[in-house]
Design a protein around this ligand. Structure first.
Ligand code: ZN
Length: 149
């Protein structure tokens, strides 16, 4: 990766960590799921407002490291207006990107590409994917809380 691109990515991560987007409790949320990553101590609560199968609004509360906070902040931005199906597909692509098991087109994940660097740090992959595992549980509507362990 080019150094200037890496710097740009880090800048986006720092920005979302300092000023998380959609950081609020949602009244009348249709889905509310708590996610926990014991490996790092990241905790978040994800709120979704649904209109049919479209994610109309997404927000979160919680505290975690810079990677988990920027990941959930970016996620709440990007999933708004997407269908549950589209969000699940994005999760799959994001998961491939962060685990590095499969090469993906970075264009397919838009802004989320800033988190591609975590694949070089296996211990941080769960920080980046916690938000998405929580979203997956919220969409499937099977559990009120999940843990990455
Ligand atoms: Zn973390």
């Amino acid at each position: 990766m080019f150094e200037d691109l890496r710097d740009l990515y880090q800048e986006v991560i720092f920005d979302h960590n300092r000023n998380p987007r959609n950081f609020r409790v949602m009244e009348n949320a249709d889905r509310k799921v708590e996610g926990f990553n014991p490996l790092c101590g990241d905790r978040l609560t994800l709120f979704l407002k649904l209109n049919g199968d479209v994610i109309e609004d997404a927000s979160f509360q919680g505290s975690g490291c810079a990677i988990s906070t920027s990941s959930v902040s970016l996620m709440t931005e990007i999933i708004k207006g997407k269908t549950e199906q589209e969000a699940e597909e994005l999760f799959e692509t994001f998961h491939k990107m962060t685990t590095g098991k499969e090469e993906i087109q970075l264009e397919a994940v838009g802004k989320l590409a800033v988190l591609a660097g975590v694949r070089e740090y296996p211990a941080r992959v769960k920080c980046a994917t916690l938000a998405w595992h929580t979203l997956d549980a919220a969409i499937k509507n099977e559990a009120n809380s999940i843990s990455t362990e």
